[in-house]
Design a protein around this ligand. Structure first.
Ligand code: AMP
Length: 217
């Protein structure tokens, strides 16, 4: 069996990034978050970062061509073939999904599963309002549900609120998701596993892990 290749699909605040981080660390699977890669590029003022900055701040999607170039470079990494990968927050449009499909075909890699993190707008607003991200290690915390401690945050880096985590931007990003990303639910219907993203993080983690283990049988 080849290493698992999965997409995590869902609105901002659905918990996909937190689950992807944990699965990646525990099961040694590559975690590719286009949001993290874009923020890193922005913070390092690279050409990509400068091109993406205004889209990120507005809560709009970065143009497909820029995202596909970024993913093309990352998917060529040999670790993907040996360890597998979680695509977190990519694809976000049908054009990106078609680009991904072509790329995977060239690399002779099969997409195994698409996990949909299903959650309401109200829950999203509650979660993202309390979200904090470490500027150093990129770990995600929540002031109420998952506060940073010496045990879960050994680097003790500065915790920041994202520029796009205001209520107005969260509502706007939800609308962008419904318009541009939700069509992927039908597109991937054959590989889709829908998760109740309001359930406890442990239940969600174990469900996904179970699905990954079943792929290996
Ligand atoms: P995220 O961290 O996944 O919530 O992404 C933060 C922001 O980065 C989004 O609101 C977009 O501006 C941009 N972004 C991340 N991934 C993509 C993608 N696959 N396509 C277009 N824009 C993206």
């Amino acid at each position: 069996m080849s290493a698992p290749v999965m997409i995590f699909l869902g609105t901002a605040g659905s918990g996909k990034g937190t689950q992807a981080q944990k699965l990646s660390e525990n099961l040694d699977i590559v975690h590719l978050s286009t949001g993290d890669l874009l923020r890193e590029a922005r913070d390092n003022s690279t050409e990509l970062g400068e091109a993406a900055e205004s889209y990120i701040a507005a809560g709009d999607l970065v143009p497909d061509e820029l995202i596909l170039n970024l993913i093309k470079e990352k998917l060529s990494d040999d670790n993907i073939r040996s360890k597998g990968c979680i695509l977190d927050g990519f694809p976000r449009t049908i054009a990106q999904a078609e680009g991904l499909s072509a790329l995977l075909k060239t690399l002779n890699i099969t997409l195994d599963k698409v996990f949909l993190f299903d959650i309401s707008l109200e829950e999203t607003i509650e979660r993202l309002g309390g979200r904090r991200i470490c500027a150093t290690c990129q770990r995600i915390f929540h002031v109420k549900h998952n506060p940073a401690t010496a045990a879960n945050h050994p680097c003790d880096g500065e915790l920041k609120i994202r520029v796009d985590d205001t209520e107005e931007k969260i509502r706007y990003r939800y609308k962008v998701y419904q318009e541009q990303t939700a069509p992927l639910i039908d597109y991937y219907s054959a590989k889709l596993v829908t998760l109740d993203a309001a359930a406890s993080p442990d239940i969600i983690y174990n469900t996904i892990k179970g699905q990954i283990m079943a792929l290996e049988d």
